[in-house]
Design a binder for this molecule. Sequence first.
Ligand SMILES: [Zn+2]
Length: 440
Amino acid sequence: MKEKYKNCFYVKTKPCGGSLVSEPRITALVGGLLIDGTGRGPIEDSVVLIRDKEIVAVGKEGEVHVPTEAKVIDVSDMTVMPGLIDAHMHFMGAKTDRFVEEWLLRPWPLGLIKSVFDAKALLEAGFTTVKDCGSRAGIYLREAIKEGLIKGPRIVTAGPALSQTFGHGDAHYLPIEWVKDRRKHYGFICDGVDECIRAARLALREGADFIKVCASGGVLSQKDRPEHVQFTLEELKAIVQVARNAGTFVTAHCQCAEGMKNCILAGVKTIDHAIFPDEEVIEMARGKEVIFVSTLSIAKRIVEKGEKVGMPPWGVQKAKEVYAAMVKNIRWLYESGMTMAAGTDFCGTPTLPHGDNSLELELLVKESGYKPMDAVIAVTKNAAKACGLEDQIGTIEKGKLADIIVVSGNPLKDITVLRDKENIKLVMKEGKIEVQSSPL
Ligand SMILES: [Zn+2]
């Protein structure tokens, strides 16, 4: 503890200044190693000053004036960094990993209830924002968190995702009569420009923050493959236009090169999974604001555990086929200078659990060769971009919302420290301390 803050030390129930009546509006995180998320080198003995929801000053101790009324939190020997952001996940709230049975037999409100706990687990793991790329629960959770009913990260959600007939989001392991309303799982089915326009508008009407499309086949869809192109360029263009007209953007599940090219031409903002890019994809993306979102975590877990935990065999088989290419190509995109954000595609099953979302960072460093600093950027600044929130969150800079975590250990030396919840000592969202271990 620094001598000059002795009288100001934060005591659990008693804010600095002695007044218990009004909570101080200014908080200072003092003495930590600051990784601000911009990619700049870390700052030792830092001060981050927060007023209400906002970061008002950042710098070294001695350079930033800490007002006497500030509530000072000593974070010496710890790391201060932006709240983490999972740029691709789902709130499914599944109880088991048996996807097919879960969706058929388990009433979906149970998934909504389970997701309440998943949201809390995410926050406790240091995730202050998540991008839900298609679910039934996301919109309701977002509202419940905003209302203060439950604890959780800021949620940016697609609500129902859009898929073509025989697309990644069409449950084609079931007879078509069983999925007649085509909304059994997590999205809308639409074919042709007119239906695509209507489906995108319906998703917005439901409360989607952005539009999610499936622009290629996938791993966890039975009869298609990651190499299959889905939606036509015209369909994608029409959906992007609907999103733009409403002041938002489109995110694509997309795993094959042709699909990625369609996405880039149509003006899709993020290309998620990105298993099989080619040279042309990289050239087309260069200079544009396209963001690639890695999701190594889901594939890794399916490969390692899918069979044992009862995931559908066709999904396990495809994950095994693509994982090595995924690792290699995410490295290729990263080394080619693409804008890379980190996702997991976790959905809250026992094998894809919310709360362990920092697994992605470990895989990016250990398997795809990211520098730890670049893994940090992928889960902060670039993930904020993938959410369309880069003006508000993702870095610790003056004027940004105070989404900040304090971590025991240094992720630049060992990225795995972020995976251990015990190391997440404090989680602040919009200036409010949501999680704090005691003693800090
Ligand atoms: Zn997904």
